[in-house]
Structure formats: C-alpha cells, structure tokens
Write a protein that binds this ligand. Structure first.
Ligand SMILES: [Zn+2]
Length: 109
C-alpha cells in the first residue's frame, strides 16, 4: 500500500486516508492565453513510467493539499512538500538524481 507523509501534520498516511489530485505543477495561463495553451492545461498530462510529481490531499486528516514525488514503477516515494511551491525542494530533486542518475527536473509549460 502506498503511504505518504503529510508535510503539514507530519503523519505517515495510508493511501485510504488520502485523495489523489492528479499531476502537480500545472501552469494555468491567464485569460489572454491561446486556446491551445488552455486545452493543454485542461487535458494534457504526463504519464511517465518512472518519476512523477502528484497532488494529494490529506482528506482524512488535516485536509490540506500537498505534493509528492514518487516512482510510478516501484512506488518509491522521494518526498512530499507543501502544494504552494512552483518547484520541488532541492533536497527531493537531489534524492531523485541520487537514485536515478541522469534524471533531470523539467518545468511544465
Ligand atoms: Zn495532514
């Protein structure tokens, strides 16, 4: 079973205590954006076989949203962090590159 540590209340929560919220770090473009960028925001998602950044809500706990970095193949969790960030903390990026040499963070557009 997947367990994630809530960065707010410091509880190691089981998947049944959480609610998945899809991909993290999506950029919502403003009202002057093109139809293509809005369509991309609504429908285009990564579906990697490997490292993925996701949104989760501690729905049966503090109720707050947070981000998690994990591997979709091995279920290995590299870390969790508050959702009010535009980029994962450097410590999490370092933990990923330590186990996945050559892996690099890619900003979403
Ligand atoms: Zn919590």
């Amino acid at each position: 079973m997947l367990t994630l540590k809530c960065p707010y209340c410091d509880v190691q929560a089981e998947e049944t205590e959480l609610h998945a919220g899809g991909e993290a770090h999506l950029t919502r473009h403003g009202p002057d954006s093109s139809d293509d960028s809005f369509e991309s925001y609504l429908f285009t998602r990564e579906n990697p076989k490997g490292v993925h950044f996701e949104r989760w809500r501690h729905s049966h706990g503090c109720g707050k949203w947070f981000h998690a970095a994990r591997c979709t193949m091995t279920m290995e969790v590299f870390g969790t962090y508050p959702a009010q960030t535009t980029k994962p903390p450097q410590a999490i990026l370092d933990a990923i590159t330590a186990k996945r040499p050559g892996w690099t963070w890619r900003e979403l557009s």
